[in-house]
Design a protein around this ligand. Structure first.
Ligand code: UDP
Ligand code: MG
Length: 304
């Protein structure tokens, strides 16, 4: 059986041909039998022509093309849907995920008995300060909200077929590949790699797209924000409580309780009640959200 190499590509007309040939050369040199599935994520340049030419010239290349840009996460999933093999490799097309690491990753897959090998960034390459700060902030928030530790994680992964079968069953539209892989479980092993520089220097992700991706990742991972009204209600309630204490003390010492104090107390109590009600709605909505995702209630990894 061959290794299925799934690669999402978007506006890569310049480097794609050389990059795929380089990956092909390295894998061949390492004796890894493989075939490519290139997913053109609705490129607006001549990427698809490059894919077609590669498919013409190399016997182990096939491709699919999206009707528009659906995003890298969706492109990866479409790639995994479209090819049947026992082991899958997901990687970027820009050689930032070094093909020389694949042999080591495959060896780790065998020796550790894992079903997933995660490429973990040990050196992030010469990322711009902006994307470093964004990545840090994003993963920090995500970890705080969901407990998912995605820092230094990447989409450079080996997956065995049972994992891909489970990923295929997930039908949600907003997806974040890394957290889906996290959600299916299975035995995992980490393979540290250092990110090579992109030769044309520019990421396909603008700051706006990165922020959208971050927002999506949080929304599709956790319903936590729906419970925020409870936290605000608690704060309002504390406010009401301190107001009441002040009023009691003043009444006790005879310095008088003003009408404003009553009004503030009433307002804070009412706002707390409204917020608690919102929190209750949020709690049910969170349940509905979980149910409509329709994820497997459990996943069996092995039987004897
Ligand atoms: N990509 C994609 N769809 C997009 C954006 C990017 O398929 O909407 C692909 C891109 O062609 C590349 C991979 O995803 O193969 C990673 O993109 P890039 O190198 O720009 O991201 P970065 O290295 O900055 O994470
Ligand atoms: Mg890149």
């Amino acid at each position: 059986m061959a290794l299925a190499v799934v690669i999402p590509v978007f506006n890569e007309e310049k480097g794609l041909d050389a990059h795929i040939r380089e990956i092909d050369r390295v894998l061949n040199a390492d004796g890894i039998s493989h075939r490519f599935l290139l997913v053109d994520d609705g490129s607006r340049d001549r990427t698809w022509e490059v894919v077609r030419r590669l498919a013409d010239e190399l016997p182990n290349v096939s491709g699919i093309r999206f009707s528009r840009n659906f995003g890298k996460e969706t492109a990866i999933c479409a790639g995994l849907d479209a090819i049947d093999e026992d082991v899958y490799l997901v990687m970027d097309s820009d050689l930032q995920h070094p093909p020389r690491c694949v042999r080591g990753m495959l060896e780790l897959l065998e020796s550790s008995g894992a079903d997933i090998v995660d490429g973990v960034k040990s050196f992030r390459g010469n990322e711009s300060l902006k994307s470093k700060i964004l990545a840090r902030g994003f993963y920090g928030v995500l970890r705080a909200l969901t407990g998912l530790d995605l820092d230094n994680s990447s989409d450079f992964k080996l997956l065995r077929r049972p994992v891909v079968d489970e990923l295929r069953k997930m039908t949600e539209h907003n997806r974040f590949f890394r957290s889906l892989v996290d959600a299916v479980g299975f035995r995992r092993a980490s393979f540290p790699f250092s990110v090579d520089d992109r030769d044309d220097g520019t990421s396909r992700f603008s700051t706006k797209r990165l922020l959208t991706l971050a927002f999506n990742a949080i929304l599709s991972n956790t319903a936590m924000p729906l419970y925020l009204p409870f936290a605000f209600a608690f704060l309002c309630f504390l406010g009401a409580l301190s107001d009441a204490v002040v009023m009691l003390v003043r009444a006790g010492t005879g310095s008088g309780v003003t009408g404003t104090m009553w009004l503030v107390l009433l307002a804070l109590v009412l706002v707390s009640l409204v917020l608690v009600s919102l929190g209750v709605l949020g709690a049910y909505l969170a349940r509905v959200y979980d149910e409509v995702k329709g994820r497997a209630r459990y996943i069996v990894a092995e039987r004897v």
